[in-house]
Write a protein that binds this ligand. Structure first.
Ligand SMILES: [Fe+2]
Length: 513
């Protein structure tokens, strides 16, 4: 038998005969056990309630409370201890009855010392296996619960899993979990699980101040019957409460909640093992809840950031639309021009497979490209005849003016190049700066083509719209001088493809003739 005598297992000997008590105590102590003895069942019960024992060796016939009655009470009170009964020769039937009531083994009087030691060792071995099984089961429960809640960001789900495990593991009638509301400082009942028919309607609410004080002193809350009453306010003291355990949920040394289990089943009491198991569950729950809250906060601030960004984006779009509108109002002949330049710019940039953000920026620059014309006199813009050299000089200021209009608005800085550079020529012959080739920003080279194509294919104050083919021929002819030749080539192909698509979709009336 693998039980070592020096395990110092605790044995309680119960017999009304002094000599039997002394003999058993003496040689079991010699064997290395820690032994106590009492003379009747009543005293044994009192002793078992105070201190934990691994084994009770009890006589059957005793005054006040017999051995069989003691067995019954141990069962009723759910005391975790193995019992071996002693009985006189010829009363085997009684011994069998005792084993039916939960005794582990029996000894027939008069017994031999070796026999007693053999039975005791066997009983203790069994006791240890049972304890290990319980520990293993508890470890498994904790492992499963931890797995189930570790990655959850849903507090209700975490509470459900933890409460269900608490209820099942300690066979409680009710389990509740109260979480501290950080804003109000009060405890709010989040989830309640009622398991058995013997549970009353509604779970009792503990007096949280009393619990908190007890937890702060490091004192466990495990109470039975009337003694549990002090953990509830007078008007909420539950009737017929059999047993009660409360354990704190702690995050970084502060209490964020309480896990409670209640037994209303007569004789069903929780023990220290249950309390420890619940403590571990509560600690896992506390960190999972903390994680879920942090995740929630992170997501909320992310959401509000996204909302703020969205409203900035909307504001930006409105600003762009406002400028474009102001421009159109000042130049009736170019009505719709900005929008169309944006459309052609998009056809070209999407065809070049530029990143989305760059496409958006260039499209907006297309809308805004002539914003500088807001500063040019209306009568000059709509003049039917040729402009005088002075007028040309004023007109040619519009890219610079556009730049100056956008500069004070930081969110419009990305559009400056489109306004400033759309009259530059690829060969350096454009204005305002005479930039050449790829020194002209891409947005400037794109908008230049889109602008020219739309200018040619729409009516102006000084001439009628040119046919699409003529405009395309002009773009091809000016590739390499006015326009970036690669972009001009791509533009011709992409716009042709776009026109074919429009005609196929029955939208041919919307394209230049
Ligand atoms: Fe322009």
């Amino acid at each position: 038998m693998p039980v070592e005598p020096n395990d110092a297992a605790r044995i309680l000997v119960v017999d009304d005969e002094k000599v039997i008590r002394e003999i058993l105590a003496e040689f079991l102590t010699l064997e290395g056990y820690s032994v106590a003895s009492v003379e009747d069942g009543e005293k044994a019960l009192t002793e078992l309630r105070i201190r934990p024992y691994d084994l009770v060796i009890t006589d059957l016939k005793m005054p006040r409370l017999s051995g069989l009655q003691l067995l019954e009470r141990i069962g009723e009170e759910n005391i975790s201890v193995l019992t071996v009964i002693m009985t006189g020769f010829g009363t085997v039937e009684t011994a069998i009855e005792a084993m039916k009531k939960g005794a582990y083994d029996y000894l027939l009087k008069p017994f031999k010392v070796e026999e007693v030691i053999h039975v005791v060792r066997r009983a203790l071995y069994r006791q240890r296996l049972q304890a290990e099984n319980i520990r293993l089961r508890e470890a498994l429960t904790i492992y499963k619960v931890s797995e189930a809640i570790a990655l959850s960001h849903d507090i209700e789900h975490i509470l459900d899993v933890v409460l269900r495990a608490a209820l099942d593991e300690v066979k409680a009638d009710i389990a509740t979990l109260h979480l501290l509301d950080p804003r109000s400082g009060s405890y709010e009942e989040r989830v309640k699980v009622v398991a058995s028919d013997s549970a009353p309607h509604g779970a009792p609410a503990p007096a949280f101040a009393v619990l908190a004080e007890q937890f702060a002193q490091g004192a466990p809350i495990l109470a039975h019957g009337g003694k549990a009453g002090r953990f509830f306010t007078e008007q909420h003291a539950p009737d017929e409460l059999s047993s009660f355990v409360a354990v704190p949920l702690q995050v970084r040394a502060s209490m964020v909640g309480v896990l409670n289990v209640f037994s209303f089943t007569p004789g069903k009491k929780f023990d220290e093992g249950h309390r420890k198991l619940l403590s571990v569950l509560a600690s896992r729950a506390a960190s999972a809840i903390d994680n879920a809250r942090l995740y929630g906060e992170l997501r909320a601030s992310n959401d509000s950031l996204t909302r703020a960004n969205l409203s900035l984006e909307e504001m930006f779009q409105q600003t762009v639309a406002g400028f474009a509108q102001a421009l159109e109002e000042s130049d009736l002949y170019t009505r719709g021009h900005s929008e169309r330049v944006a459309v052609y710019s998009e056809i070209l940039t999407r065809g070049l497979t530029l990143p989305d953000a760059e496409v958006r920026r260039i499209v907006q620059a297309g809308v805004m490209h002539d914003v500088g014309k807001i500063g040019v006199r209306y009568d000059m813009l709509n003049k039917p005849g040729k402009l005088t050299p002075e007028e040309v000089a004023v007109f040619r200021q519009h890219p610079e003016k556009g730049k100056r209009i956008l500069e004070p608005v930081p969110c419009l800085h990305g559009l400056i190049d489109g306004c400033w550079c759309h009259h530059e020529w690829f060969d350096g012959g454009g204005y305002p700066r005479g930039l050449r080739g790829h020194d002209i920003p891409l947005v400037g080279r794109v908008v230049a083509i889109a602008d020219a194509y739309d200018a040619m294919t729409s009516d102006r104050a000084y001439r009628r719209a040119l046919p699409h083919e003529v405009a395309m021929g002009e773009i091809e002819r000016c590739a390499g001088t006015q326009f970036d030749p690669e972009l001009a080539d791509a533009f011709i192909q992409l716009v042709e493809a776009w026109r074919r698509g429009m005609i196929e979709r029955g939208q041919g009336s919307l394209i230049p003739r």
